[in-house]
Design a binder for this molecule. Structure first.
Ligand code: MOS
Length: 709
């Protein structure tokens, strides 16, 4: 079940109407025809606004929407972006609401809008926050003093998450101060916190259900105005209300990877030793919130380089709020960093992998502390072997197969690997059946599979005897599914709760006269197998019944140790591409994704994540482009027909390879994350392969045939 699949008795349906200007004020609205339409319960606009107690003061709204969306939806006549919701039409059926929504007539006082970073770059300003300040290590702009310099600009347009499942919310007030919501979110706990704050009710009065998410890639990490209006309107009309965004609204109302212009300059010795890097980025935010991301962080710590300068700026545009999108920041930054390094490699006539090895950072150059683990060299090696790097020709345009130019490229990815606290409940019954519960949800990576896999390993229970409950605020609190933290955090909690179950079984056995320790027992679900001199079998059922217990039921909270070093995951992406010499048609021929994600728990679901990330990165490199008609400030590639994402025919065989070595500090299993590194570094690998094939350096994504001919 996905959230919009739920049905609640008495359910009614809402359709949002969007503004037809990008900036200005509503001067008049005629909702009479809509209100007279069959089945209409109510039309809500700024003229009859809903009550959101958290709006009482701007400060509270900001905090309540730590969601980062302090847009007071339907509260004022002001318009900040095209398709900003200006009305919610509620009817007894979806079709009737949709029909009535088309009858609303609105007049505006139009003001000049801005929808292009390229055009407004000069207005870029420094965002607040320590992390966002200009960074200088060594000499500012120290690249200028080097023998060999590469200094170029890179650009990519707005990319949109475009998951198959549309954004949706069902809001059900079961009492005046009790709310039950089913909503597309990557974190039920966070959603509970935001809406309990905004509606000023205790957190425990808000139940959030979101077991499975039909793809999100980051768009479910924050709460959106459409969710807020659904909840507020449901209370106003006293009926459970469902709102599902249209595909067009998915492009305008629930975030995007911001349009970013970057300049990167490298200075190096003739031998390839980096002397300096300067990396600048300007990205869009919305008019009502300063969205920022870690675009330049990778440049600060990725390579051993004495002089590094980074400068990050934002420009408010009349577009809704951006949001993190898989590999947020690093996916953008690595496009410039890893393409620019490739340019330097050609200029120096050094193999691009060799250039990276020359400048390999053996410890974190920002904090001057060791890495907890870094098996990046292994990634370079295994990937080069798999893609057939030895067949690459250093000189571009020298590798031909008939009309096709063949090229090889690579790019590195990295992302912080952190561990969040997670609570888990485990119940083991006499038959050796295990129940595991955590509020974390699953947007596709196979969270429940990962949890079950650890329990199989630890307790010897059969996979089919495990029930996993996830995605509900009534379960023990888990982390948001984001930032590549889930396997490391929830996985560790499963490991810890299994250990607690084992210890409990051993205590019971000891109390019943058996002689055993954790070391000489093999757990087999419904029995304990003792090895050594007292070799024998003990049934879990006997242990429980002798102790008058129906089952073992434990809930634990698991937290990571304090980490002294810098903990990152790494990836290297290799691409073999064929470009048609006459038409510029681009075919990805082979993709290899290598990851140092620590220990890999579930090889099949982990490989699927890496393949999915490669597909996303190929989309970023070759297809994705939210095109605006800047005259109107309107996104015009706002359907999946016009906003291109890769289809099966665009994607070749993708090999996913793992170093699969333990990180010594993350948790007992030694896992790190792979969700983000699956995508980070893919786009530059594609661009670098295209350069190797054609000799054309395309610094503006997406790389389309007309840029090559
Ligand atoms: Mo990811 S951008 O943390 O969903």
């Amino acid at each position: 079940m996905y959230t919009a699949d739920y049905h609640i008795e008495n359910l009614v349906y809402g359709v949002l109407v969007g503004a037809e200007i990008a900036k200005g004020t509503i001067t008049a609205m005629d909702t009479r025809a809509a209100e007279r339409s069959p089945g209409i319960l109510q039309v809500i606009t700024h003229l009859n606004p809903v009550d959101v107690p958290g709006y009482a003061s701007e400060k509270e709204a900001m905090e309540g929407a730590a969601s980062g969306n302090p847009l007071h939806i339907l509260a004022t006549p002001e318009i900040h972006f095209y398709d900003q919701p200006i009305a919610l039409v509620i009817a007894d059926t979806y079709e009737r609401a949709l029909d009535a929504a088309k009858k609303i007539k609105t007049q505006y006082d139009r003001e000049a809008h801005k929808t292009s970073v390229k055009a407004a770059e000069a207005e870029g300003r420094l965002p607040a926050g320590e992390r966002m300040k200009d960074y200088v290590r060594g000499v500012a702009d120290g690249y200028k003093n080097a023998e060999v310099i590469v200094d170029e600009e890179y650009y990519h347009p707005i990319d949109v998450h475009s998951p198959m499942e549309l954004a949706n919310t069902i809001a059900h007030w079961t009492a005046t101060d009790k709310l039950h919501i089913y909503t597309k979110t990557q974190g039920v706990e966070d959603t509970q916190r935001v809406f309990s704050t905004l509606f000023k009710i205790p957190a425990e009065n808000v139940t959030v259900d979101a077991e499975y998410v039909g793809g999100a890639f980051g768009m479910g990490l924050r709460r959106w105005p459409y969710e807020l209006i659904t909840i507020a309107a449901a209370r106003k009309i006293g009926r459970p209300l469902k709102v599902v965004l249209s595909r067009e609204q998915m492009f305008t109302n629930v975030g995007h990877r911001p349009e970013t212009k970057q300049r990167i300059a490298f200075g190096a010795t003739k031998e390839g030793k980096l002397v300096g890097i300067t990396h600048q980025a300007t990205a869009n935010t919305s008019p009502y919130y300063d969205f920022t991301e870690a675009t330049l962080m990778m440049t600060q710590y990725m390579y051993a380089c004495p002089n590094v300068t980074t400068r990050y700026r934002i420009v408010p545009l009349n577009i809704s709020n951006p949001i993190w999108m898989r590999g947020p920041g690093e996916a953008t930054g690595s496009f410039a960093l890893e393409s620019g390094l490739d340019e330097l490699a050609y200029k120096l006539k050094i193999d691009p992998i060799q250039l990276r090895l020359i400048n390999y950072a053996d410890q974190d150059p920002v904090k001057n502390v060791p890495w907890t683990s870094k098996f990046l060299k292994e990634c370079y090696e295994m990937g080069a072997e798999k893609i057939g790097w030895k067949n690459r020709k250093m000189e571009p345009r020298q590798n031909r197969e008939g009309d096709w130019l063949v090229g090889y490229g690579m790019g590195t990815g990295t992302f912080g690997s952190s561990r969040a606290p997670a609570s888990i409940q485990a119940i083991l019954n006499p038959a050796g059946e295990l129940y595991l519960a955590c509020s974390v949800n699953d947007m596709g990576p196979g969270t429940a599979t990962m949890m079950a896999t650890i329990a199989v390993e630890q307790l010897g229970v059969q996979q089919e005897n495990i029930t996993v409950k996830i995605g509900n605020t009534n379960l023990p609190a888990g982390p948001t599914q984001g930032g590549s933290v889930v396997a490391t955090s929830v996985g560790a909690a499963v490991y810890d709760v299994c250990l607690a179950v084992k210890e409990k079984l051993i205590d019971l056995a000891k109390a019943q006269g058996h002689v055993l320790t954790l070391e000489n027992v093999t757990f087999q679900g419904n029995m304990l197998q003792l090895t050594g001199e007292n070799a024998k079998t003990i049934n879990v059922a006997d242990l429980l019944s002798n102790a008058n217990l129906r089952h073992i039921d434990l809930t634990i909270n698991s937290k990571g140790p304090e980490v002294k070093g810098s903990k990152y995951s790494y990836s290297v992406h290799f691409i073999k591409v064929k470009v048609h010499a006459l038409t510029g048609q681009i075919k990805i021929d082979h993709a290899v994704a290598c990851a140092d994600g620590g220990t890999i728990i579930s090889p099949k679901t982990a490989a699927s994540q890496m393949i999915g990330g490669a597909v996303g990165g190929i989309g970023m490199a070759l297809f994705e482009d939210l095109v605006f008609d800047h005259r109107f400030g309107k996104a015009i590639t706002n359907t999946l027909a016009d906003y291109h994402v890769p289809v099966n025919a665009d994607i070749p065989h993708v090999d996913a390879l793992f170093v699969d070595k333990k990180d010594p500090v993350s948790n007992a299993m030694g896992t790190k994350g792979i969700g983000e590194i699956a995508l980070i570094g893919v786009a530059p690998a594609v661009a670098n392969a295209i350069f190797n094939a054609t000799g054309k350096r395309v610094r503006s994504l997406p790389i389309t045939p007309e840029k090559l001919i």
